[in-house]
Design a protein around this ligand. Structure first.
Ligand code: ADP
Length: 603
């Protein structure tokens, strides 16, 4: 799609430039233009030249107390100071010099007026014309001043816009949105029956799942103009500015109907008006204006509003009620199939070796968003270039997943022997506990090469398929696996290291969620003790229980993790020989695959 943006520079910028040109012109160019080169000489030289009759033109400037004169060819201008010389008139007369006209036409009033006043104004008008022409062309409105105007980006109709086929996976969302496309193509079909299209559609989901892309695809498929603006762009320093931007946006949209208006990150203006924090006048006014505008146009005008957010729970109920954003389309993280499709879509843009197994890559990148997958492909391509290859190989892709997850390999991080040994045992501890618990996912890769993220090593587990539900047992096993690293250290070195901090964090989070949210503790039964406040952004939770219950939750979390830790220690004790063998192997090789691991384990 051809994206046309309004010039971002404010008017004041252009005024500034004109002013600067004007000043430079007056200070530098004018005097230079007006003045011929003048050579200063003493009075004697003047008299000499007069005597030798070498003077051309002479001008006596009484006021400045100086005499200007030229040589016979009038090429050079000389200047000298005046002396009290009673014979001056006679001398000049004798020399045959001419007294007509001014030598330096400094003060030709018309030219000077033109240069200092008319020319800058002409420059100014030309720039102004040019700018307003540009503005009209891009925004479709005859407005030179941008204050209070929406600076929505307008994507003009074009044949090579983003299509639904460019958005991989997300089939449900696409199905939902294709109805809109059909409506925009064929509004009469809907009118005849009396059906009205939803005015607004809210795309909700975690960051990078393709919400913006879907909105563009709707515009691309229906071949209508597409106005795109971010919620934060409405909120200005001055109260009322945002509201006027909303008005302007809708005015433009109505002129261009049928069209699509896309408001990204709508939570920036659409937050609940709860009166807390003293309120934010500007934001509330903007929201009110948006609500009014959405009420104000008829269902069948053909303006469809798409909005995206990753914090749907924070939106004002007035905004999400039917009649405004009456449809909500979830855009979730892609599942295995979706990930594979997204990888393939992005792999089309780079040269990829034909033997690449995308389904394996998709399995390795579990939990990755569309944006992350796009990034993985690009990192792989960069790696291929770095290594001087002509196309991307499987190993490039696998390495780039690790880069995206754990950062680059630290080339010069040197672990001491003892440290390396600890890390090897730690990682094998995780893998062994995972493998020995039947329900844990098999290990894909274990490495003890330090990464820039600070990880000294890690065990990559691979989900075989999609998981929509997790049983209590699976969750417990996961906690046991997380504690496996520390358990191995304790078993072998009889001490703890700092390497387990991330495991501890994850295990605690999981155990907490089991008790407070999933109802997996007998004492609390099915009571929600925590509510998730930020579903799509990290899933922060806030406790909703008495202080006494909190203390009890803490005890239960500790007990749960302890149980799993003990279980992990037991598993490792039972497999002590394998633990040593595998740790030694990993220590020597630094990176081993899941197959190598399993073959040693099962040997
Ligand atoms: P969001 O608006 O949800 O934060 P975007 O739509 O801006 O995410 O997506 C960011 C980038 O991620 C896109 O430019 C695209 O390259 C990639 N991407 C995300 N989801 C998909 C998808 N389903 N198919 C193809 N590419 C995707």
């Amino acid at each position: 799609m051809n994206e046309v943006k309004r010039p971002k520079k404010p008017l004041i910028f252009y005024y500034g430039i004109v002013l600067l040109v004007l000043l430079l012109f007056n200070f530098l160019a004018m005097p230079w233009l007006a003045r011929r080169q003048v050579q200063e000489v003493d009075y004697g030289t003047f008299l000499d030249m007069a005597e030798k009759k070498e003077l051309g033109q002479v001008e006596v400037q009484q006021q400045e107390n100086q005499i200007l004169f030229t040589d016979k060819d009038k090429t050079t201008v000389y200047k000298t100071g005046m002396m009290p010389d009673p014979d001056l008139t006679q001398t000049l007369k004798d020399s045959g010099a001419s007294f007509e006209g001014e030598i330096i036409e400094q003060t030709n009033p018309i030219i000077s007026f033109l240069l200092t006043w008319v020319l800058p104004i002409v420059i100014f008008i030309v720039i102004g014309e040019y700018m307003s022409k540009k503005l009209m062309q891009h925004a479709g409105g005859p407005n030179a001043m941008m204050f209070g105007k929406s600076n929505a980006k307008v994507y003009v109709k074009s044949s090579e816009g983003i299509k639904f086929s460019d958005v991989a996976g997300e089939d449900e969302a696409k199905e939902n949105l294709s109805e809109i496309v059909d409506y925009l193509h064929n509004p009469n079909k809907y009118r005849e029956i009396g059906a009205t299209m939803p005015k607004g559609i809210l795309l909700v989901g975690p960051p990078g799942t393709g919400k913006t892309m879907l909105a563009k695809a709707v515009a691309g498929e229906s071949n209508v103009p597409f106005f795109s603006m971010s919620g934060s762009e409405f909120v200005e320093m001055f109260v009322g500015m945002g509201a006027s931007k909303v008005r302007d946006l809708f005015k433009q949209a109505k002129e261009k109907a049928p069209c699509i208006v896309f408001i990204d990150e709508i939570d920036a203006i659409g937050q609940k008006r709860d009166g807390r924090f003293g309120g934010n006048d500007e934001r509330e006014q903007t929201l009110n204006q948006l609500l009014t505008e959405m009420d104000g146009f008829e269902e069948n005008t053909g303006v469809i509003i798409l909005a995206a957010t990753n914090r749907p729970e924070s939106l004002d109920p007035a905004l999400t009620r039917p009649g405004r954003f009456d449809r909500r389309v979830p855009v979730e993280l892609p599942d295995l199939k979706g990930r594979e499709e997204i990888l393939k879509v992005h792999a089309k843009k780079v040269k990829v070796d034909e033997h690449v197994d995308f389904s394996k890559i998709a399995r390795m990148a579990s939990g990755a968003s569309g944006a992350e997958l796009a990034n993985i492909i690009n990192e792989a391509a960069l790696r291929a270039v770095r290594d001087g290859r002509r196309f991307v190989t499987q190993s490039d892709l696998e390495e780039s997943i690790e880069v995206v997850i754990a950062g680059y390999q630290k080339k010069n991080a040197i672990l001491t022997d003892a440290e390396k040994k600890i890390v090897a045992y730690h990682e094998i501890g995780h893998a062994l506990v995972a493998a020995r618990q039947t329900n844990s996912a098999p290990v894909q890769k274990i490495t003890i090469v330090p990464r820039t993220s600070g990880a000294l090593g890690y065990t990559m587990q691979v989900d075989e398929g999609n998981h929509y539900l997790m049983s209590q047992e699976e969750l417990e096993n996961k906690i046991a696996t997380l504690t496996g690293g520390r358990a191995a250290e304790e078993l072998v070195f009889h001490s703890a290291s700092t390497g387990a901090s991330n495991d501890i964090e994850q295990a605690t989070k999981l155990a907490r969620a089991m008790i407070t949210r999933y109802g997996m503790s007998k004492d609390f039964d099915m009571v929600a003790l925590e509510t998730v406040t930020n579903q799509y952004l990290g899933g922060d939770a806030s406790l909703a229980c008495s202080a006494q219950t909190q203390a009890e939750i803490d005890q239960q979390v500790v007990a749960l993790v302890k149980r799993q830790h003990a279980k992990a220690v037991k598993i490792l004790e039972e497999n002590r020989k394998k633990l040593d063998e595998l740790a030694k192997y990993l220590y020597e090789k630094e990176t081993i695959t899941g197959e190598e691991f399993m073959s040693i384990l099962n040997a």
